[in-house]
Design a protein around this ligand. Structure first.
Ligand code: PLP
Length: 362
């Protein structure tokens, strides 16, 4: 068996140690003679799994006591509906502010328009989202129920280096493509959410961290299974949740703790990203698409001097065990997604391949 270095944006590679452990205990979970996917979500064994996931998250992300941890069906985009349904009438005008930094912010803004009145307070659309736009919190409408941002922009390869202090306006952050890759002060945020499939586990589920005072503002028509209060009161088990995804996430979290936690991972992530940005900046053949001050540590986006070589670049990379480097069509070029599970060796192998490709074709 040969495993590739998988640079796909999501679902993305998971740590090999996690996959091996899941494989080992797949048929017989802790001597039960049954698989973890065959046992009740109300069993004491699953209870231990979900409690362990909570405890690891609390420790790794340093989650304060006045936040609830929820596991919500439907992935990240379901939150584009759930958040306005739960929060838009916190203040009577049903206003909500967005900073547009890419297509995920655009989509969330469009969805919020079904429930209230989104206003885009800043945008970098004019430069094809190559940066995080300048944004002054003084411009924030005090009647806004919340401000929605996307902390790391998966397609465009940008990230917020620092987060705005929004005072009484809850800050809601889509951290799908970077949660647990960098240290955060959770108390700056009202809600943080992340689909699992980039940095945390399998697709289909979102992790939601929510400050307790925001749990009870939902519109009357909010479906029971999108109502945050229901999740908080029933420990995300109002119905049969995706037990396998929660189990896989608990293994990923355990692995992350074994690596030294978020600060150690952040140091490694900086090193990994630097290897690739150096490869880009030290060449006349590759160009980064994101403004250098706004570059992501998770998604490295670049173009080739001859765009017609892109197909060959991607194919030859694959032939060399470097998988899924094609960029998103709205940006063009190539993209290397290097989430927590990507080892340093993967970035080194890619940098070396890039240099060789440039030499032979450039
Ligand atoms: C991948 C991604 C999404 C979409 O996730 P789904 O689980 O497919 O809905 C949303 N936001 C960001 C920032 C993403 O990277």
């Amino acid at each position: 068996m040969t495993r590739v270095f998988n640079f796909g944006a999501g679902p993305a590679m998971l740590p090999t140690a996690v996959m091996e452990r899941a494989q080992q205990e797949f048929l017989d979970y802790q001597g039960m003679g049954a698989s973890v996917i065959e046992i009740s979500h109300r069993s004491k064994e699953f209870d231990a799994i979900i409690n362990r996931a909570d405890a690891l998250l609390k420790e790794l992300a340093e989650i304060p006591d006045n936040y609830k941890i929820l596991y919500v069906h439907g992935g990240a985009q379901m939150q584009f509906s759930a958040i306005p349904m739960n929060l838009i009438q916190r203040l009577p005008g049903r206003k909500v502010s967005f900073v547009l930094t890419g297509n995920w912010a655009e989509k969330a803004s469009k969805e919020a328009a079904k429930y209230g009145h989104p206003e885009n307070v800043a945008s970098s659309k004019d430069s094809n989202y190559d940066r995080i736009p300048a944004f002054d919190v003084a411009d924030l409408d005090p009647e806004s129920s919340y401000l929605h941002i996307v902390s790391n922009n998966t397609l465009f390869g940008t990230r917020w280096q620092e987060f705005p202090e929004t005072g009484d306006t809850p800050l809601v952050a889509d951290m799908t493509s970077e949660f647990l890759s960098r240290s955060l002060d959770i108390s700056q945020f009202g809600i943080i959410f992340a689909g699992l499939q980039k940095n945390l586990g399998p697709a289909g589920l979102a992790l939601v961290l929510i400050r307790e005072d925001l749990l009870d503002h939902a519109l009357a028509e909010t479906p029971g299974l999108l109502h945050y209060k229901t999740y908080a009161e029933q420990h995300s088990l109002a119905n049969t949740n995706n037990t396998f995804a929660i189990y896989m996430m608990s293994l990923v979290l355990q692995w992350l703790q074994d690596q030294g936690g978020v600060p150690a991972m952040e140091t490694l992530n900086r090193r990994k990203a630097q290897i690739l940005y150096d490869a880009i900046d030290n060449s006349d053949f590759y160009s980064g698409t994101a403004h250098p001050e706004h570059r992501s540590l998770m998604n490295v986006t670049f173009t080739l001097a001859a765009e017609d070589l892109l197909g060959r670049f991607v194919q030859e990379a694959e032939d060399n065990g470097l998988y899924a480097l094609k960029g998103h069509r709205v940006v063009g070029g190539a993209r290397a997604s290097i989430y927590n599970a990507m080892p340093v060796a993967g970035c080194e192998a890619l940098a070396q391949f890039m240099a060789e490709f440039e030499r032979s074709r450039g």
